[in-house]
Write a protein that binds this ligand. Structure first.
Ligand code: SF4
Length: 471
């Protein structure tokens, strides 16, 4: 049997042209995005018995073969690309190909997805995907499969041997700008914080589940083995977990293990780590080069409705910055603009905070993703767009008017902060400041890359990938 795994792609960024220009430019310069191997698709492939023939189409890099001879087409889609996903399903269904869909959006809105495909997967698929394949072969596939929140020991090592499916001219063009590939990993799922704007708790549940440390290191070793096999000497490992260091004991053991693996890696976590200086001190030596934290705001009032737990942590932000800044990894703080308590003054507070620290912030608009607590609240208040807006759900569009600012003012503030804190000049300032704090070694190429400065000085040792080497 033949299966095509598909990740739809959509280029659209923002209906606000200045934002579109700024963000697109960063993507094109390789500052916001690296070529990567789609983790959900490679995990699905690993859950598929070897007797099935697999093709992978990540539309960002490779056009879909709509005429291909497939028994099943499986699409994984977040909200932003869901209209494209439905379009793809339609084309295959017209040819009588069996189509299935899973991912964040169908998990949050299965009833919407159902008419577009033959089968919908809700939630995690470690148990349901193998069951579906058995049912499909017996011609007994169901319309909907509801995933549980499985023990992560059931999650297989992704099929890194299929990396070559991503070595397309488009990905290689990107690689020539970025000089490294990103290998995404996932060690934990779930988050108990339940922020109003985040789907993590809703999709993965409040219980924090973890892969065993040996399971994570096996995944890393397999990825290293296959990337070497395909001639890639430099990879950056990015944990796509929503909150990698939430369990400090686990986090500490993980850092010890990562140190042994001698890799450069990045992750997302939250301000909870401010209580654990010993963990922060271990990060750099374990290979951590980028740590992303969602601060969202520095105003307690702005955070109150969207992230009650975080609103009680604001007083620790400076303490954390002082502790972590000298450690040598890049701190990437995420800020969300457009809460109902945001005003020009609360945004000024973010500006004041950022002038004090050499960090690289990112700015996003508060976005009502489907079926979230935030979205349900706005819906009750009649404040959501009338038409379905999923293709604008990428955090670079203003989808509702906050109570104390006009959309125009919010847009203006966003541009102001973005231009000020993501400019090449600001990146250079951070670079110089961080260099003065720590004696960095040549492997800082990763950190320097993220800052977008002086990178070319460090690239000659990177092995160039030639198209002819690739399958
Ligand atoms: S924003 Fe972060 S802390 Fe809040 S629920 Fe999502 S993952 Fe958890």
């Amino acid at each position: 049997m033949k299966i095509a795994f598909i990740a739809p792609h959509l280029k659209f960024i923002s209906e606000y042209k200045p934002i579109d220009d700024l963000v697109s430019e960063e993507i094109n310069n390789g500052l916001l995005k690296l070529p990567e191997f789609n983790l959900p698709l490679l995990t699905l492939a690993a859950l598929t018995p070897k007797s099935f023939e697999i093709s992978i189409f990540d539309e960002e890099y490779k056009p879909i073969d709509f005429e291909g001879d497939f028994d099943i087409v499986a699409i994984s889609s977040p909200t932003f690309t869901i209209f494209r996903a439905y379009e793809i399903a339609k084309k295959f269904r017209e040819r009588g190909v069996y189509t299935v869909i899973g991912g964040n959006h169908p998990t949050l809105l299965p009833a919407e997805a159902a008419p577009h495909v033959d089968t919908v997967f809700v939630g995690e698929v470690e148990e349901t995907w193998p069951q579906f394949l058995k049912d499909f072969q017996k011609r007994e596939a169901k319309k909907i499969y509801y995933g549980t929140q499985p023990d992560l020991s059931l999650s297989p090592i992704p099929r890194w041997d299929l990396m070559s499916e991503f070595f397309t001219p488009e990905a290689i063009k990107m690689f020539r700008t970025t000089h490294r590939w990103e290998i995404k990993l996932n060690a934990t799922r779930g988050c108990p914080r339940d922020c109003e704007f985040c789907s993590s708790t809703r999709i993965y549940g409040p219980k924090y589940r973890k892969k065993s440390i040996p399971q994570v290191t096996q995944e890393i070793r397999a990825a290293k083995k296959w990337s070497k096999h395909f001639g890639i000497d430099q990879c950056f490992f990015m944990f796509c977990d929503d909150n990698l260091l939430l369990d400090v004991q686990y986090g500490s053991k993980l850092l010890d293990a990562l140190k042994e693996e001698k890799i450069s890696w990045g992750a997302f976590t939250d301000i909870g780590i401010h209580k654990h200086p010993e963990l922060i001190q271990k990060l750099y030596s374990s290979g951590c080069r980028v740590l992303n934290l969602g601060f969202e705001s520095v105003s307690q009032a702005s955070l109150q409705s969207i992230a009650p737990w975080k609103s009680k942590q604001v007083m620790h932000y400076e303490e954390f910055m002082e502790m972590a800044l000298g450690e040598g990894f890049l701190i990437n703080l995420g800020f969300i603009l457009g809460t109902d308590n945001d005003t020009e003054e609360t945004i000024q507070l973010i500006d004041d905070f950022l002038t004090r620290y050499p960090i690289l912030p990112n700015f996003l608009f508060l976005t009502p993703f489907p079926n979230q607590a935030l979205t349900n609240r706005l819906k009750k208040e009649g404040r959501l767009p009338k038409k379905l807006y999923w293709d604008r759900c990428n955090a670079y569009n203003i989808l509702f008017e906050p109570k104390q600012m006009s959309k125009e003012e919010l847009h203006r503030q966003f541009i102001y902060l973005y231009k000020k804190y993501r400019s090449p000049e600001h990146r250079q300032t951070i670079n110089d400041e961080l260099l003065s704090r720590k004696q960095w070694s040549v492997d800082q190429v990763h950190l320097r890359f993220d800052l977008g400065t002086k990178m070319k000085l460090y690239t000659p040792f990177l092995k160039e990938l030639e198209l002819s080497q690739l399958k």
